[in-house]
Ligand binder design. Structure first.
Ligand code: BYC
Ligand code: FE
Ligand code: FE
Length: 481
């Protein structure tokens, strides 16, 4: 079978030869009804009967894998898609560097791999649960389509991890696949595994910030797992990354459109002080200081997803050849890191200070640094929109010590500039640094649905880049009565 094409003849579309792999096909078919149940109860609220203009993967060739068409979400063909196998691929890092990649689970690393796959799998349905209420307040049909596209793809990412669990982890894998459908974002008793995935996504600003900042953690983690010596994991992550690009685009362009609309409204009204929040809010747009606070929140929550700066888990996964660094093969070093060091930001005498640490245990720190550099680029593009409009304001990323729950700065309070403050000061200034209840109420007041073809809510500009070359007034969702 040509693994560039997806086989749609089996009940589960795939390019992994499921038709000839009866055991795994059966296991997935048994898991499927529970999955659909989850989708119907925890997936997008409403709109399940609506026709959504979605892309579906028909191949894994980066040049032409997508086909667009109207689909009812529960009928979306979730499938198992792996990037094509690379002949002769070898492990690029760690103690097995240079050895051929594994096509089956290396027994000694089974537990470590299972943990990585389960954590990755857990985030995917969590994000769908977090976003399930947003359809009702979509600022346009275009935005609603993007939301649902992301939701079906995150759900497909769950399939991707469940395939690995079912194929390679036997009974444990079956149990973990069931648990992935049982945990719930934000649930007191059965929460999702990582912090950020139990937070609310209460409005569309949070949605855009989440897809910009948190999906970008997804990108970095998937890039690291794409380096894996366990080839099926590497191949599945490589295909997931092609979908991830759109998620981050939705976030970046979403915020950019909000910024643009705000600046336009300010200019039309002759408001020159972006900090005059009251005046800007009278225009029915999102004031830039509130946008900054939303960014502070979602960036800091996302930083926690990198784990502790110093981590033996990360060192072990690296040495085992299971999880590499971002762009591992392009890094100019020995890829084993026995003697190398890496500068880690630590709290020294009450101040964040760079300290050289063994590079092996600093793998999480390095990935977080790469993430920050990547995240900063979009912020610069937002600032260009602001500058072009002649508004005197700059969005910034807060210091990594700000508002952290995990790692070196988890136990302290810091201001957005990284200076350590006492708990009372943090409480007093909380509403300057993070979205306040008042900010939440105001944003909530803007969240009215805009479901007419080609129309956009007043607080967001129309998009510049179309989807599938369709014009802005295309009926991206045919809403069922
Ligand atoms: N919340 O050694 P440590 C995505 C736990 S997003 C709660 O410092 P390690 C997506 C940790 O589990 C990408 N707990 O960290 C985005 C450990 O507990 P145990 C998801 C946390 O293991 C948008 C203990 O603290 N993929 O795809 O080096 C929409 C000590 O851990 C947190 C992955 O994350 C936290 N934030 O690194 C949809 C990749 N952080 O085991 C999808 C797989 C740490 O001692 N996961 N802990 O009980 C990993 O590579 C690693 O597990 C982590 C943590 C990077 C998450
Ligand atoms: Fe994902
Ligand atoms: Fe994503």
């Amino acid at each position: 079978m040509n693994d560039l094409n997806v086989n749609y003849d089996t009940s589960i579309p795939n390019n992994v030869g499921l038709a000839d792999d009866k055991r795994v096909l059966k296991a997935l078919e048994q898991w499927h009804p529970g999955y659909l149940d989850w989708w119907k109860t925890m997936g997008p609220e409403g709109f399940q009967e609506s026709l959504v203009y979605l892309r579906t993967a028909v191949g894994v060739d980066p040049k032409g894998w997508a086909q667009f068409g109207y689909v009812r979400m529960p009928e979306y063909r979730w499938g198992v898609l792996l990037a094509p196998q690379e002949e002769g691929r070898t492990i690029a890092f760690g103690n097995h560097k240079g050895e051929p990649v594994w096509h089956d689970i290396p027994g000694e690393y089974r537990a470590m791999l299972r943990r990585l796959v389960v954590i990755q799998g857990d985030t995917e349905p969590a994000s769908v649960e977090q976003q399930r209420h947003l359809g009702a307040t979509a600022p346009s049909l275009y935005d609603m389509r993007n939301l649902f596209q992301i939701n079906v793809e995150e759900a497909r990412h769950l399939w991707a991890m469940v395939y690995l669990l079912q194929k390679y982890f036997g009974k444990d894998g079956r149990e973990e696949s069931g648990e992935l459908l049982r945990r719930r974002s934000g649930d007191m008793d059965k929460p999702r595994m990582l912090g950020a995935f139990n937070e609310a996504t209460p409005d569309w600003l949070s949605f855009f910030m989440f897809t910009y900042f948190t999906d970008r953690d997804g990108k970095m983690q998937l890039e690291s797992l794409a380096q894996s010596g366990f080839d099926p994991l590497s191949r599945t992550c490589r295909f997931m990354l092609t979908e991830e690009a759109h998620h981050m685009f939705v976030g970046e362009s979403g915020i950019s459109r909000v910024v643009q609309r705000t600046c336009e409204a300010m200019n039309e009204a002759g408001i020159t002080d972006p900090h005059d929040v009251e005046a800007v809010r009278k225009l029915g747009v999102v004031d830039l200081p509130t946008l900054q606070k939303k960014a502070n929140l979602h960036y800091s929550l996302s930083l926690d997803l990198f784990g502790s700066e110093i981590s033996t888990n990360a060192a072990n996964a690296f040495s085992a050849g299971l999880k590499g660094r971002y762009n591992e093969t392009k890094i100019d070093d020995d890829h084993v890191l026995t003697d190398a060091t890496y500068p880690v930001l630590k709290l020294v005498d009450g101040k964040p200070t760079l300290v050289d640490e063994p590079a092996l245990t600093a793998i999480n720190m390095r990935l977080r640094d790469d993430y920050t550099a990547d995240a900063a680029k979009g912020v610069e593009r937002w600032n260009k929109v602001i500058a072009k409009a002649g508004v005197d304001f700059k969005l910034t990323l807060p210091h990594v010590a700000f508002h952290r729950a995990i790692g070196e700065f988890g136990g302290i309070d810091a201001a957005p500039d990284g200076s350590v403050v006492d708990g009372d000061t943090f409480k007093q200034r909380h509403d300057e640094w993070l979205p306040s209840r008042d900010d939440g109420d105001y944003i909530h007041s803007l969240m009215h649905p805009c479901h007419e073809k080609g129309a956009y809510a007043d607080w967001i500009a129309a998009p510049k880049v179309p989807i599938d070359n369709k014009p802005g007034d295309f009926e991206f969702v045919q809403i069922a009565a």
